[in-house]
Write a protein that binds this ligand. Structure first.
Ligand SMILES: *Cc1c(COP(=O)(O)O)cnc(C)c1O
Length: 397
């Protein structure tokens, strides 16, 4: 992904910054679009993964809808040209202000996460003399087999409505004339690469839609959320997620009735691989037991490793010759040139470490370091802690 020309362009620039390869983004979107439209599936981009304006514009141009989790995301989606009829709005804590904003915008659907929220949306819609279209976010109790910090579909999670509360939902729907029930919504977690998990989700969705239909409800929309994972270990060899297998599982196992729409909300899978966080080595500290590379980027620029022990491939772009030398099979492996570094940031927190024991060529002050696969939940989570400058972004063209 990072060509010699690109790296030499970086030499002139102040670090840290997010580098966006819009070509990688377009290829990923094209692959997703081809794989989903084969089955007539609707894909909404989960904006919280990355709302960099240039990224949003490219995604919008492919015709995807938007999945929003705040009023400001709904606003931004509209500003970037996402059609309001393609905007869904989820979130366990939608404020009255946010609900009103979405009602005024006439979005496609609220994904409601509690019975109380249903009643509030109904009241607010009534005050505006409107009908709010809603789907019920149900917690299907499917184990996503992903890191417990990013699993959302188990009974113990705060998201969604649990199965045993569904009779209460039915009562609420009957008593809310300003709600139009569209269907059911699920989102069981993130960074899911095991297709068996999605097969299990399909089984639960089928059972739950039968349950609703037995009670006289017509399900127009099945929304199975997002969560498809990416390969953080091999961003170059495996840069495009396996959209084909992903959508095929739903086509094979979801019981889609005539006229029913199937919706998805993908975030990470669409944007993770198109960006790298580029930083420089500020200091090399050699200890008795450990060597540290102190970067000019830290948890204020990319918090995923510190927040949920996420792995990102770390490369020294300035010593790429050395990386070639130690490539297995090159006949030039020289283990003496591999050093184990703890790669850390400058922030005054002990957890401000990108990764321990990273194997890198001997590194020096000023070397450019790439932290790969940083396009999802990277720039959007940047903070101003320590009164740091806001991280910048640059683009491939
Ligand atoms: C975050 C989120 C998504 C997207 O998750 P990814 O793992 O990035 O695909 C989809 N739907 C909802 C409701 C979300 O909160």
């Amino acid at each position: 992904m990072l060509s010699k020309d690109t790296i030499s362009r970086f030499q002139q620039l102040e670090t840290p910054f997010y580098y966006y390869d819009l070509d990688v983004l377009r290829k990923t979107l094209a692959a997703c679009h081809a794989a989903s439209s084969k089955y007539g599936f609707h894909v909404h981009y989960a904006m919280k993964a990355n709302f960099n304006p240039a990224v949003l514009d490219v995604i919008q141009s492919f015709g995807f809808g938007a999945d929003c989790v705040s009023g400001n995301e709904v606003k931004a989606a509209i500003e970037h040209g996402f059609g309001k009829e393609k905007i869904v709005f989820a979130g366990v804590g939608k404020s009255d202000k946010e609900i009103n904003l979405a009602l005024d915008a006439d979005i496609f659907c609220f994904n409601a996460e509690s019975v109380q929220e249903l009643l509030i949306i109904n009241d607010l819609a009534k005050a505006k003399n409107k009908t709010a279209k809603i789907a019920i976010r149900i917690n299907p109790n499917v184990d996503a087999h992903t890191h417990h910090f990013i699993t959302t579909g188990l009974d113990e999670n705060k998201f969604g409505i649990n199965i045993w509360q569904l009779p209460e939902v039915v009562d609420a729907l009957h008593s809310c004339p300003n709600l139009e029930f569209l269907g059911i919504h699920f989102h069981i977690g993130s960074q899911i690469t095991d297709m068996e998990v999605y097969k299990n989700l399909c089984t639960r969705v089928n059972e739950i839609q039968d349950w609703f239909e037995d009670r006289g409800f017509e399900i127009k929309v099945l929304n199975t959320g997002g969560g498809l994972g990416v390969d953080y270990q091999h961003p170059d060899a495996n840069g495009i997620p396996d959209f084909e297998s992903y959508f095929k599982v739903f086509s094979d196992f979801l019981d889609v009735k005539p006229g029913q729409e199937v919706h998805f909300e993908l975030g990470r899978a669409l944007v993770a691989q198109c960006s790298a966080l580029i930083s420089r080595v500020l200091y090399v500290k050699n200890g008795l037991k450990k060597n540290f590379l102190v970067l000019d980027a830290g948890m204020t620029e990319l918090i995923r490793p510190m927040l949920y022990q996420a792995y990102h491939l770390i490369e020294n772009l300035s010593q790429s010759e050395s990386q070639e030398i130690r490539k297995p099979g090159s006949g030039k492996e020289d283990p003496s040139q591999i050093i184990h570094y703890d790669v850390v940031g400058p922030i005054c927190e002990s957890t401000d470490c990108f990764q321990k024991d990273v194997e890198l060529p001997q590194s020096y002050r000023g070397d450019l370091i790439a932290i790969r696969t940083a396009g999802a939940y990277g720039e959007v989570m940047a903070s101003g802690y320590n009164l740091r400058d806001r991280v910048g972004s640059i683009y491939s063209e």
